[in-house]
Design a protein around this ligand. Structure first.
Ligand code: OAD
Length: 248
């Protein structure tokens, strides 16, 4: 795999990086993506599972699905892609992860500055009083409820819902102020998250895509690397170390 002269030059001179990630970064950890071959939304209907009305209609079913995903996530580990992103923190002043994933794997890999656009599967909240809960859910006791009587739901963004504004704004500021914006493992079709790609582009960032295949946003990027994130990110990391004199 060859890096372009432009990217090598950017790695040498840049101070601030954003990694905008999607389900593809976690695919090598064994967590299914949403679209493409074997994608979750090929087999299951988002309108029945990732939607507030579906939750009101059948909270037990929605909970069972999230508990199933949580189990897969708990059994998985950060992969070389997550670990490489965390390692960039050792060589650049300012590294921000803006993720659409709810799986916590960036945090477990050691990334510090993370904006979670679509929530986090480890957190829950009451739909009535909005109190947060981190405790494990025991679904055999039924749908969990708050002491106020409201149902507790996973703290993830469902279709038709607003993104957490502090997370989106934080991601937007980072995107508008970075030198290199890496778009990793996302189809780039879900908005408003994908709009950050254009915020970075308008602000003059160098856009680098890493994906196993061409996407709708490939044409917007300065360069695309087609292959697994867990293989490509470590190569870019090693080059950055060379350019910045951080090799041991
Ligand atoms: P998608 O499933 O739409 O896209 C995953 C992308 O990862 C695809 O473009 C794949 O080609 C790519 N990919 C797969 N394996 C890869 C690998 N090993 N290395 C690099 N790329 C790989 O997932 P997202 O773009 O994250 O939202 O989807 C965005 C949102 O749609 C999700 O956050 C979720 C979903 O509905 C909510 O639940 C609100």
């Amino acid at each position: 795999m060859n890096l372009s002269e432009s990217l090598i030059g950017k790695l040498k001179k840049s101070e601030s990086l954003v990694f905008f990630t999607g389900a593809g970064i976690s695919a090598e950890s064994g967590i299914p993506t949403f679209r493409g071959k074997d994608g979750i939304w090929n087999k299951l209907k988002p309108e029945e599972l990732a939607n507030f009305n579906a939750f009101l209609k059948n909270p037990q079913m929605v909970w069972e699905w999230y508990e199933h995903r949580k189990k897969i996530i708990h059994e998985s580990k950060p992969n070389n892609g997550h670990l490489a992103i965390a390692a960039f923190q050792e060589i650049f002043r300012d590294v921000t992860v803006v993720t659409q994933n709810i799986d916590n794997l960036h945090r477990r890999a050691g990334s510090k500055n993370i904006f979670e656009l679509h929530g986090n599967i480890e957190r829950n909240f009451c739909i009535k009083c909005k109190k947060y809960f981190n405790e494990e859910i025991n679904l055999s006791l039924g749908v969990p409820t708050c002491e106020c009587g409201g149902m507790i739901r996973p703290d993830v963004v469902w279709f038709g819902e607003y993104l957490p504004q502090d997370q989106f704004r934080g991601g937007e500021i980072a995107s508008e102020n970075c030198d290199i914006f890496f778009v990793v493992g996302t189809s780039g079709v879900v908005y408003p998250a994908a709009s950050l790609i254009f915020s970075a582009q308008r602000s003059g960032a160098y856009l680098v895509e890493i994906n196993i295949e061409e996407t709708e946003i490939s044409g917007q990027c300065h360069e695309s690397f087609f292959g697994e994130a867990g293989k490509i990110l470590p190569v870019i990391l090693e080059e950055a170390k060379i350019q910045r004199g951080k090799t041991v």
